[in-house]
Design a protein around this ligand. Sequence first.
Ligand SMILES: [Zn+2]
Length: 247
Amino acid sequence: MESQVFFNESAYSHINGVPVLCRYQIEELSERIIKHVIPDALSIPIPCDIENLMETHFNLTLDYQNLQPDGAILGETVFKKGVRDIYRVEETLKQDQILVREGTVLVDDSLSNNMETRLRFTLAHELGHWILHQRFYGTTENRACRSYRRQHIYTSHHQVKSPVEWTEWQADTFASAILVPRPALRQSLRTFLAQNGLSWPKLSDFSDNKNRENYNDFLKIIAKEYGVSKETARIRMNKLCGIHFPN
Ligand SMILES: [Zn+2]
């Protein structure tokens, strides 16, 4: 499935090669994709099979390699065929080169060990770049988008300044939306409130320690049900329900 089916980039205005998109447009895009691929995931919590989504529906190739000796780069989406540096573990991290086709998502091997939520978020982020940033990364000199281990997660418009930062904000917003779909999250919240005899104003009143505990339990459930980190669950609730739950 070509990504243009879901997102026709040429229909959007661009600034410095980056499509102008608000969060709601990115939410809607992710919901169009989910509706097409696994419609049930819009109403019930189903962890998105992100690898399958990328490979089967977007014809991307996932390639797990050691991208840097210190693991600093987590992922990179290849928009133009070319040669990439990798490091061979079996030869004490000797540098080597591989030829990669357009549509390859290189993923650092370290993520395949006990870093399930980080891996899923990184993959969803790279899928966001692939769908949204063909013009920015495919036709300009910005030929590589890379996710760094220490990269800031873009959660607010205020921190975004450069075109690259805008692409990062968009890819992060897409990743959160595809992993924790907006309608399903609201349904999860309704279920949690009903099962625990709680109301929304009560749950979100953090002056009461019991509510904090309940909210914390809710975030843990969301993290488990959708295969994301608790931090992603917290950010998602913040964006969709305006809740600033203390760290
Ligand atoms: Zn990125």
